[in-house]
Design a protein around this ligand. Sequence first.
Ligand SMILES: Cc1cc2nc3c(=O)[nH]c(=O)nc-3n(C[C@H](O)[C@H](O)[C@H](O)COP(=O)(O)O)c2cc1C
Length: 323
Amino acid sequence: MTLPVGLALGGHTLASPFLLAPLEGVSDAGFRRLCFEQGAALTFTEMIRARSLAKRNKATLDLIDTFDDDVLTGIQLLATSPQELCDAVSTVEELSKTSHPHWQRIAAVDLNFGCPSKDVIQHGAGPAMLKRRGRMEAIFQALASWKKTTSLPVKSVSAKIRLGLNQREQEHRVFLPVVELASAHLDYVVVHARHAGQRSRDPPTWAAIAEAKKVARVPVIGNGDVVTRADALRLYELSGCDGFLIARAAIASPWVFGALLGRGYVPTVDDVERERLRYLDTPHTKPKYREFHAQNFARLLRQARGEMTTMVIPQNAHMGPSR
Ligand SMILES: Cc1cc2nc3c(=O)[nH]c(=O)nc-3n(C[C@H](O)[C@H](O)[C@H](O)COP(=O)(O)O)c2cc1C
């Protein structure tokens, strides 16, 4: 069995089935460029709260750092109602014509229904919304209508979901009707094969991606523990998913995309050093990201020199410290 070579998502024709996940505190323009050049066909900013965006909170606006012409990048929004979503996307549209012209590169919009943060769930949002299907459908419809009229080059709209709020919801397959709803309004759906009570060290349930694929009428992107090409092949064989969203493996090494694509490429010391310097040249990068990526490049350099180092992948900030 071989992997699909490309992937059509809405109006995008992608050269690879591998997407770089939205990653809070990690996904800045320099990191996305490196992943894109290694084979991530579509990349995302980290999650952006729609409400803060509509309020024009400066720290939130700064998260949309789409400064790079060449790197296909979407934004990921956390919206709790259609109104909140409409306010956020009209703010994006308006500011892209004035103070934030770099937003005219926004190529996709993903909706986050997987955020396991307690405050999000307490507000009935994120994974808590999986059962509030009327509201979810209204959000999907609002995004789909905006896509038809926006002047931005948004060619695909999607939702990223988990399997439920907890084990019980997963067992009741609450995600399947959501996949059907997404099929009616969106261009594709990303299924993170864990429920919201699970941490990344808990094994994903890839069989759920196969179930999603059976009911979906749009492409299904599988997510959860795809680290090697063998993992991708196994998940593809099991589920028939259309593509793969890669998160922690990309943090461990952006060069993983070459390996996933079967190029088997391991970066040399020169490669890592060159990319480190290019990263440092990236404009508008915030100190928080620089610090994280400086440590990551230092570790990748030690690995390229053959000095083994243990990789500490940050938890999704919303999950709290590792258990
Ligand atoms: C540091 C970190 C930050 C994350 N930030 C986001 C985010 O902003 N939005 C989101 O939908 N998922 C986020 N996630 C979850 C990942 O996108 C992905 O669903 C999860 O890590 C499982 O994929 P993996 O097994 O390839 O790591 C984050 C994960 C990590 C480790």
